[in-house]
Write a protein that binds this ligand. Structure first.
Ligand SMILES: Cc1cc2nc3c(=O)[nH]c(=O)nc-3n(C[C@H](O)[C@H](O)[C@H](O)COP(=O)(O)O)c2cc1C
Length: 217
């Protein structure tokens, strides 16, 4: 990318944020993970630039910092601006990756980021050690070292465990993907398991109304 390309893409982020606001969205998450463009600026595996956007951590983080700052200018202060960031790569150098990511997240926080959705970089083909809840302690470390609220996902499936991660201060939010694809009733079943008084009301109102009416009949 030329410097003009970089400016154009950053302006595209800004334009997309404005459209999202006009369309009524109340939460904006920038995708800075999974080998997408911002992650590939940050990662040593993919960034081979020798200008102001490559080399040192400050340079590799520049695209992310500038983009958050520019989007924050147009995204209303009262609505959350969050980013998904691959904080490690499972490339054998995770201590260093995580330390760099924590440094970058402190900069993003200073420019108005409200929460980080902790993910994986996927900038290399390194095998990921898949295991239930595997990113939770990583997210907990990010939370305690950056002071940013955190969310995470990947193989979080058990409602009681998920609730515990929030209660014990490791996470602020739990993201669930495949369990919802497997079972669209997961949120309601989780609410039941956790003893929520009116579990149907975690669903959209029309569903909740009919389920409650049916249960009462
Ligand atoms: C079929 C499928 C497609 C996905 N596509 C994307 C994608 O395009 N971009 C992305 O950031 N994550 C993608 N993900 C990852 C999800 O965002 C999520 O992080 C992941 O599924 C972990 O959560 P889970 O274990 O609850 O499913 C995909 C996951 C699956 C299963």
């Amino acid at each position: 990318m030329t410097l003009a390309d970089i400016r154009r893409v950053q302006q595209d982020f800004v334009a997309a944020a404005k459209r999202a606001h006009e369309a009524g969205f109340k939460w904006l998450e920038l995708h800075f993970a999974h080998g997408f463009l911002a992650q590939s600026f940050l990662s040593k595996h993919s960034n081979a630039r020798d200008d102001a956007y490559g080399g040192s951590l400050e340079n590799r983080a520049r695209f992310l910092v500038e983009t958050v700052a520019a989007v924050r200018q147009v995204w209303p202060e009262e609505f959350p601006l969050t980013a998904r960031l691959g904080v490690l790569e499972f490339d054998g150098d995770d201590g260093a990756n995580l330390a760099e990511s924590i440094d970058v997240l402190k900069r993003l926080k200073a420019h108005g980021l409200d929460l980080v959705d902790v993910g994986i970089g996927f900038s290399t083909m390194s095998p990921v050690p898949w295991a239930p809840n595997m990113l939770v302690p990583v997210a907990g470390q990010v939370r305690s070292e950056t002071g940013l609220p955190v969310a995470t996902s990947w193989l979080i499936a058990d409602a009681k465990q998920a609730d515990g991660f929030v209660r014990d201060g490791q996470l602020d939010l739990v993201m669930v993907a495949r369990r919802l694809l497997d079972n669209p009733h997961w949120p309601q079943q989780a609410a039941r398991q956790l003893g929520v008084a009116k579990p149907s009301w975690v669903l959209p109102t029309p569903y909740a109304y009919w389920l409650e009416s049916w249960a009462a009949a």
